[in-house]
Write a protein that binds this ligand. Structure first.
Ligand code: NDP
Ligand code: HSE
Length: 425
């Protein structure tokens, strides 16, 4: 029987879930995988958390050297969150030859290159299944199961908090602020939920996922990011009437040899499988040139789902005879020529205009002059002297759209462009 010593850094939501799984599933892992996992250290400043889990307090400390200097600790799993001290602690462990497992996508996406260098020096492994899409086994799908394909696109809901918020707003008419509080109470949200609602968390995850999908580093600097804090309930409702559901999507495409990577709210047809992904569930849709479409679905956040991914990494790490690193040249200084920000998409636009004759002609002319073709237009019942217009546009390049928006804003008859939302089919 292989004996593996582990250290857990942090006993919050993910650390607590991991602790419980390692205890509850200890015997099944031993029986199924031939590994006897012993929790040898817990680094946590709040001892009450250890007491609540029934952990042995003699293994709880705040000193990483307890872990680094213990030759019987082989794997270190981190769930502190934030950059420091997580990064320094993990670097120390890697240099000491201990493999690391992390759920910390912010730190990992920003420090992958440096951590990999330390891991190579220490002949240790780096595992990060839990960093993306919670309990859904997306990392190993991309690294171990898709080699027979050139991946063309990856699109998904990769943040549980925002999906929980948008689902509750759309299905139950709840208010944004109330649902965000509920997501925090349930342990889905980041310590600073701005990371969720402003799209940072999805951007970190998309950087990791698209790098693995395209076998080319996609740094966060090359990812367009928008969040959901500016979403108006009216657009969720109008979208519904048009047969669309609003989601925060992470999208990466290889279009004619250039990568486009973006995170933003988008409408998807309400009968698209992604539209049916509700609450804290996540899903990622991948298109490979040979396999075609694949969709992975499951809980994207929470203690036990994320703990499940952490424990699978611990067992996987324990079974490797030689660590494997990123399957691409892992550098931060990429050539911008490999990326494009002239995205090609459909759009939903909502604007308030003067309810007068001739308005439509001026608007359609602004679209036409910028190579934009209108798929449909709806005028909502008038309120006073203004009218609300909703346009759905055919596929258009981002740069053409931006030029058209500038032209629209200059028209006297256009009071405001209230919403510009991409539509993914
Ligand atoms: P929590 O805030 O619940 O837990 C973090 C724990 O680490 C807290 O108990 C904190 O203690 C402790 N801690 C942080 N820094 C130190 C330190 N220097 N020394 C000792 N203890 C420390 O966060 P989560 O478990 O929710 O998230 C952890 C990581 O996992 C993040 O990177 C997050 O992005 C990621 N993640 C989270 C998921 C989720 O569903 N929550 C899912 C997937 C990934 P204290 O409370 O005293 O600060
Ligand atoms: N805050 C993250 C989310 C946790 O809501 O998806 C899981 O990574």
């Amino acid at each position: 029987m292989k004996k593996i010593g582990v250290a857990l850094l942090g006993l919050g939501t993910v650390g607590g879930g991991t602790y419980r799984i390692l205890k509850n599933n200890h015997d099944s892992i031993m029986k199924n995988d031939g590994i006897d996992i012993e929790i040898r250290h817990i680094i946590e400043r709040d001892k009450e958390k250890a007491v609540a889990l029934g952990a042995d307090l003699s293994i709880v400390s705040t000193d990483i050297n307890d872990v680094v200097n213990d030759k019987d600790t082989h794997i270190v799993a981190e769930f502190f969150g934030g950059i420091e001290p997580a990064k320094s602690f993990l670097t120390k462990c890697l240099l000491a030859g201990k493999s690391i497992v992390t759920a910390n996508k912010e730190m990992f996406s920003k420090s992958w290159v440096e951590l990999e260098a330390a891991a190579k020096k220490g002949h240790a492994g780096l595992y990060f299944e839990a960093s993306c899409v919670g309990g859904v086994p997306i990392i190993r799908t991309l690294t171990e199961s898709m080699q027979g394909n050139v991946i063309q696109s990856l699109m998904g809901i990769v943040n549980g908090t925002t999906n929980f918020i948008l689902s509750k707003m759309a299905d139950e008419g709840k208010e944004y602020g109330d649902v965000l509080k509920e997501a925090q109470r349930l342990g889905y949200a980041e310590a600073n939920p701005t990371a969720d609602v402003d799209g940072f968390d999805s951007m970190y995850k998309l950087s990791i996922l698209s790098s693995l999908a395209f076998r080319k580093k996609v740094p966060i600097s090359q990812i367009h990011r928008e969040g959901i804090s500016g979403v108006d309930k009216a657009d969720i409702e109008y979208g519904k009437q048009l047969g669309y559901t609003l989601k925060l999507l992470a999208i990466a495409k290889n279009r004619d040899g250039k990568i486009e990577a973006r995170v933003h709210p988008a409408f998807v047809p309400s009968d698209h499988p992604i539209a049916g992904v509700k609450g804290s569930f996540n899903a990622v849709h991948i298109v490979g040139d040979n396999v075609g479409d694949i969709m992975l679905y499951g809980r994207g956040a929470g203690d036990l789902p994320t703990g499940s991914a952490i424990v699978s990494d611990i067992v996987f790490a324990a079974c490797q005879s030689k660590p494997k690193y990123a399957p691409f040249k892992n550098v931060d200084n990429v050539s911008t020529k490999d990326f494009t920000d002239n995205y090609l998409c459909r759009y939903y636009l909502r604007m308030t205009v003067a309810d007068q004759s001739g308005v439509m002609a001026k608007i359609t002319s602004a679209f036409g002059k910028n190579n934009i073709s209108i798929a449909s237009m709806k005028q909502m019942p008038s309120a006073g002297e203004n009218a609300t217009l909703i346009f759905l546009l055919h596929q258009t390049y981002e740069k053409d759209l931006n030029r058209a928006l500038e032209a629209l804003k200059k028209l006297d008859c256009v009071n405001s462009v209230n919403a510009v939302i991409r539509v993914e089919e």
